[in-house]
Design a protein around this ligand. Sequence first.
Ligand code: HEM
Length: 361
Amino acid sequence: MNALYRQIRNWLDERFGTGSVEEFLRHKTVPIHRHTLWYYFGGMTLFLFVVQVLTGILLLLYYRPTPEDAFESVQYIVTQVRFGWLIRSVHSWSANLMVLTAFIHMFSVYFLKAYRKPRELTWISGMILLFVVMGFGFSGYLLPWNTLAFFATKVGTEMAGAVPFAGKWMLTFLRGGEEVTGATLTRFFGFHVAVLPGLATVLLAMHLLLVQRLGMSVPPSVEQATAEGRQAPRVMPFFPNFLLRDIIGWYAALGVLGALAAVFPWELGAKADPFAAAPAGIRPEWYFLFMFQTLKLLPAKILFLEGELAGLVGFSLAGAVWVAVPFLDYRAGFGRVTRFFTGLGIFALGFIVVMSALALR
Ligand code: HEM
């Protein structure tokens, strides 16, 4: 056993410079400054991801992914299975909190300019993780096969279908045909419990190894204050100081999750009827609302393009710029911080908040 441990340790160390667990725990430190609070959000997202995996496995013991059985199996979970209602509610609430903490984590690393050289790949792996997290939300939403989920999936996949060139293919790929049917449910189930978890595991391993290899970044304002001697560089050991603080946060999050699940149990609604008319007020999950609202507000025609199409092209371009930020703002890597990228971040955050609020009105 010892020899195997040593072999694995050496293999990891040679390739990734991880060292032994003891060394890792002894040497890893976390900088202390007035923005340290933001370092907790990556770990919080990770904790909620673990909650998702554990509660998801428990739900799998009873869930059945067919249009005939899906709704009934979830109904069975929340009414007959002991604590099934709690597990389902925690899974749904934790999914939403995880998207929220992932967004907070993304914006905090953006404003603290943690994407600067040499952390470009940490940023990119994080961005892909965010898309994966949103994919988990989108695919999981359909699984209970209730009315709201059915029509929201119809609208969501229609949007994918409006994308130029690849749209038709994407729609058929997502739906498993022309319409939202049992084939779509089978596919979404496959994405949700196999494809996305696999992708997330590989990406997370990469993300965390990079964080471990490169250490925690220090924001430019603190770097400057330290260089000018206005502030002494301060750090705390990761183990046990930072980890214990992390654990306090996770414990509090568990309390919040339990309380939310008990006080506001997740609704199931009515079983989907593909032949019924779409009920009024169909909208996607809150984290897609800003896109949904923007597309709704756009005029029917923008220049020579259809409004919705122009909106989708705009979002694709904006997403590409956001992923490429470490390269576009490469000067920040040499200590030359420009106001432009901070302004861009404020604009993006403001846009998302205002559009989501408008959609919720
Ligand atoms: C499932 C989603 C994610 C998980 C579980 C996760 C986890 C973590 C953890 C544990 C850390 C170290 C502590 C911290 O800085 O908070 C970290 C750092 C980092 N993450 Fe994430 N992350 C996720 C998504 C993202 C996203 C969406 C981005 C941005 C596009 C991102 C970019 C970064 C960067 C640049 C760092 C380095 C921060 C620094 O050195 O100061 N991550 N992540």
